[in-house]
Design a protein around this ligand. Structure first.
Ligand code: PMV
Length: 376
């Protein structure tokens, strides 16, 4: 196997040990995989293929996830709440195949290597451990939105990978467990499994930290109008960012107030109360960026254009448009608005020379299987 060299091998075994602690019944499988990683041996089994394709949407958080209580298991420091983004998706096909002697990952028809492949392979390890599979997989993924458009692709990617990998194995897991497993690949992926408006629980145990829908997509016609101000790749990715959160003196205060902000946000969504929603969404985004900026070393994701748009959004709201802003680990500004005001917001953003591109997305559904074939 390709993954048997150097320190990557140790990391891989450490990760398998973690998955073993949460999926305890599969000890024999862990042994098999550990031997294969260490001794560079192939698994020989009868030739069969199991394949499934799943689709999942990215999501935008209204109450943010930033920082973990357990980094290996991506157990978040605080609960979060998001909306899935309709029209944007990752479509992923997983084929578990006897004839493979390593995992293969292609993204938008490009064969991936290095850290992208390792991250997918680690997630496949978790699926292998949970599903009792001792085969490698071919993973083919396509995003219908460009990277660098201000939309985090990892949430959709790991939600689709989890569902496709599970379905391809002929196993049907409930939504909670799918969400908890997706979380192991990328925390926010937990929120891309359920439909519509979604709450992700913070907990000390793997099984308890899953996301669930609080309202379906048609509950409230909100739109995310994304102002793209930078296409450049973020300097510090979220995995590293989550680790740095605890170095900020402000993280404790952010986490302490998270449950209350979530309750306010949840209530605002359930009551379709845009005024309350706008206040808590902007405040929560500002709090997360305050933590980022006061981490050591500091992380500055905002650019001058981001701040300008944030000010404009507040001005437009004062003038009557139902719009508020939120920013993830990047400079692009997500302008959350009610559908009736989405055109006006899009046009106003289009008039700003700092805005390179505007993309819109309504409220999306949950992850779904779109194709499934088991060996005959
Ligand atoms: O799932 P990750 O590790 O990419 O973290 C996502 C973090 C933010 O997008 C900044 C906030 C959030 O809750 O989505």
């Amino acid at each position: 196997m390709m993954i048997s060299s150097g320190s990557g091998c140790k990391d891989r075994i450490q990760y398998l040990k973690w998955t073993l602690t949460i999926f305890a019944p599969n000890k024999a499988l862990f042994k098999l995989q550990e031997q294969n990683i260490v001794r560079n041996r192939k698994v020989t089994m009868p030739m069969t293929q199991q394949r499934a394709t799943a689709r999942a949407h990215p999501n935008i958080a209204f109450v943010k996830y930033w920082g973990n209580r357990n980094h290996a298991l991506r157990l978040p420091s605080s609960p979060s709440l998001s909306m899935n983004l309709a029209g944007l998706h990752a479509e992923t096909t997983v084929t578990w195949a006897d004839e493979l002697d390593e995992d293969i990952f292609t993204l938008n028809d490009q064969r991936m290597t290095g850290e992208s492949l390792s991250r997918v392979s680690r997630h496949l390890d978790a699926l292998r451990a949970r599903l009792g599979i001792a085969k490698f997989a071919a993973v083919e993924s396509h995003n219908n939105f460009p990277t660098g458009a201000g939309i985090a692709s990892s949430a959709a990617a790991f939600a689709a990978l989890t569902l496709a990998g599970t379905a391809a194995a002929g196993v049907s897991l409930d939504e909670r467990e799918l969400s908890a497993i997706a979380r192991l690949g990328s925390g926010s992926a937990a929120r891309s499994i359920p439909s519509g408006f979604v709450q992700w629980h913070a907990a000390d145990q793997h099984e308890q930290s899953y996301a669930e829908s609080i309202a379906p997509p048609d509950h409230w016609a909100l739109v995310d109008v994304i102002a793209v101000v930078s296409q450049s790749h973020k300097a510090v990715g979220s995995t590293e960012g989550h680790r740095s959160a605890e170095t900020s003196d402000l993280q404790g205060a952010r986490v302490a107030g998270a449950a209350e902000r979530l309750a306010i946000c949840r209530q605002a969504i359930l009551e379709r109360d845009f005024t309350s929603l706008a206040e808590v969404v902007e405040h929560d985004s500002n709090l997360m960026h305050a933590v980022m900026m006061t981490s050591r070393p500091p992380l500055f994701y905002w650019q001058p254009a981001s701040l300008l748009i944030m000010e404009k959004v507040r001005q437009w709201r004062a003038e009557g448009l139902r719009v508020c802003y939120t920013l993830d680990a990047g400079a692009n500004v997500h302008c959350i608005c009610v559908k009736d005001d989405a055109d006006a917001v899009t046009q106003a953003l289009g008039r700003l020379s700092e805005v390179q591109e505007v993309r819109t997305a309504g409220v999306g559904g949950g992850a779904v299987i779109i194709e499934h074939s088991l060996p005959t």
